[in-house]
Design a protein around this ligand. Structure first.
Ligand SMILES: Nc1nc2c(c(=O)[nH]1)N[C@@H](CN(C=O)c1ccc(C(=O)N[C@@H](CCC(=O)O)C(=O)O)cc1)CN2
Length: 292
């Protein structure tokens, strides 16, 4: 059996097409959505992700503003940059690229972002609304990678309601909020959130209808971890060398043999990473629509 590819490139392109129409409608009303990024330091992966976010913004007609601080920046430098972004009228939404260099307080930084401009959905108030299940007329921005995972599954009509999802990894940007999203009313999955101290990860994963791997251990999920026909979503991205053309060689958490057992697989590269960027733009455009 060969699994159906959950194609993040094609799906993100379709979403960006939809968003471009919404941006055009905003611009016709004189509103110009603007995305800013704050990058501290020069971590190559972070530089590449931020570059991708600016490229995507340009594709859909969103202005983008790059703020960069050196890796030696102090908390006071970061706080000053955030205060400026909070008050800049041309910035509809922004994000602080994570992880921050050692010594900077990530939680404090996220708290300082104006929740109305939180393009990442990681401000404690917005995460709190996800915990509370606030589902009002004004949509709260959702964390981009978990929302990207959910949107990818939905667009490929992978059954979710009533299914058992095993999430591997409990980090702030993926595992933890993904558990909340998947158990929302209307999504209705049953979730097991596993982590490095879970005694038998393989046994947990084998019980799942959907496995989401987000740990950054190349090839961790092997064929014997996967129930035949299950969906396997690979969120881990590790840099494991360089290609002949000098680019970083990327590997996911899912071993290639899994494609022979699973019903659906999202690849790395070309899967959830692109969806993360598309969901960021969804948050940004929704924020501009709200502010309008
Ligand atoms: N502020 C944030 N920081 C981080 C987040 C986040 O959602 N907000 N998530 C991750 C990294 N991430 C987003 O910033 C991210 C990861 C991967 C990709 C992506 O485009 N992946 C491509 C490969 C790109 C490459 O060549 O390196 C793919 O998988 O095909 C985009 C964004 C941690 N930090």
């Amino acid at each position: 059996m060969s699994a159906i590819r959950l194609d993040g490139v094609a799906t993100a392109a379709a979403i960006k097409g939809e968003l471009a129409s919404r941006v055009e409608a905003l611009r016709a009303r004189g509103i110009r959505p603007g995305l800013a990024t704050l990058l501290v330091g020069g971590d190559p992966a972070s530089v590449s992700y931020v570059t991708g976010k600016h490229r995507d913004s340009a594709e859909i007609g969103v202005e983008s503003i790059k703020v960069e601080l050196p890796g030696t920046a102090s908390m006071a430098d970061v706080e000053r940059a955030i205060a400026e972004l909070n008050s800049a009228p041309e910035v509809t939404g922004y994000l602080v690229q994570l992880p921050l260099p050692a010594g900077l307080d990530e939680h404090r930084v996220l708290e300082l972002i104006d929740p109305a401009k939180d393009a990442d959905g990681l401000h404690p108030r917005n995460l709190g609304e996800l915990v509370l299940g606030v589902d009002g007329p004004i949509a709260t921005p959702l964390p981009c990678t978990p929302n990207g995972v959910l949107e990818l599954l939905r667009r490929y009509e992978v059954p979710i309601a009533g299914r058992h999802v095993v999430v591997i990894g409990r980090g702030l940007t993926v595992g933890r909020p993904l558990g909340l999203l998947l158990t929302r009313k209307g999504v209705d999955a049953t979730v097991t959130l596993t982590h490095s101290r879970t005694p038998d990860l393989a046994a947990e994963a084998r019980r799942a209808d959907i496995v989401v791997a987000a740990v950054g251990v190349p090839g961790l999920v092997t064929a014997d971890w996967v129930k035949p026909g299950a969906a396997v979503v690979d969120v881990g991205i590790s840099r494991v060398g360089v290609t002949e053309s000098g680019r970083a060689r990327l590997a996911g958490d899912v071993a290639p043999e899994v494609w022979d057992v699973a019903g659906w697989v999202s690849p790395v590269p070309g899967g959830v990473g692109l969806m993360t960027r598309a969901m960021l733009l969804e948050n940004l455009v929704a924020a501009a629509e709200r502010q309008a």
